[in-house]
Ligand binder design. Structure first.
Ligand SMILES: [Zn+2]
Length: 223
């Protein structure tokens, strides 16, 4: 990936209408994770501004993984660094994929939270419930991606303005989204809430999370 593409797509203050996804695979050996470098790369969503049939980046990855022919008797970890977090449909399909492929674990590091489609919070919780780890990218991950996936010509990663501020804010947002699952399910077990009330709580909570000019700028939707 060239430097401009990386910065234009992963900088949290921009909101391009496309999604880039960098991926890598590791094989579990006892307590260690051994990189499988032949399955490392990046891709972007198809359609919209390209000539291919429409396909979100995560689903492009799901189409790619079977071609790797990973040994189902062993355990692998797939790590994605993605410029927008998965939409509800992709989250659901990733969750289903994990359910059918117990030899794979998934970690998702997202630059921004994709809020275009209703139910995005439920999608992220569903993905987490399927065993995926979902985290917001910090300077550490941005720098790692720069070194690993960008044709940087030897230049060091230069953080953009307010990188840490955005990461902290989005991490707080994501934590709030993912924790609702735990909070609400425990309340349901004690009978304090009925499903309808939960939905109302979710929407009021998500409005709170979206408040503030910075939050709106970062979390605005794209296609
Ligand atoms: Zn999607």
């Amino acid at each position: 990936m060239d430097e401009d593409t990386f910065r234009e797509n992963f900088s949290q203050e921009l909101k391009p209408h496309k999604t880039y996804l960098c991926y890598e695979v590791e094989l579990q050996e006892d307590d260690a994770w051994i990189p499988v470098d032949e399955f490392k790369g990046f891709l972007r969503n198809q359609g919209a501004d390209t000539l291919e049939p429409r396909c979100h980046a995560e689903l492009c990855l799901l189409e790619l993984i079977p071609s790797w022919e990973l040994d189902k008797e062993r355990h692998y970890r797939v790590t994605c660094f993605i410029s927008w977090s998965p939409c509800p449909d992709c989250a659901s399909q990733l969750a289903a994929f994990l359910g059918k492929n117990s030899h794979l674990s998934l970690r998702v590091f997202a630059s921004r939270i994709y809020t275009k489609f209703a139910g995005y919070e439920t999608g992220l919780r569903q993905l987490q419930a399927a065993g995926a780890q979902i985290t917001i990218m910090t300077s550490e991950e941005f720098e790692y991606c720069w070194k690993t996936f960008v044709d940087h010509q030897g230049t060091p990663f230069l953080p953009w303005d307010d990188l840490d501020k955005y990461s902290k804010m989005l991490s707080k947002d994501l934590k709030g989204i993912l924790q609702q699952n735990i909070t609400l399910s425990s309340k349901m077990q004690t009978g304090h809430l009925q499903p309808l009330q939960i939905d109302q709580q979710k929407s009021s909570k998500s409005n709170e999370l979206g408040a503030g000019p910075v939050a709106q700028a970062v979390r605005a939707p794209c296609s």
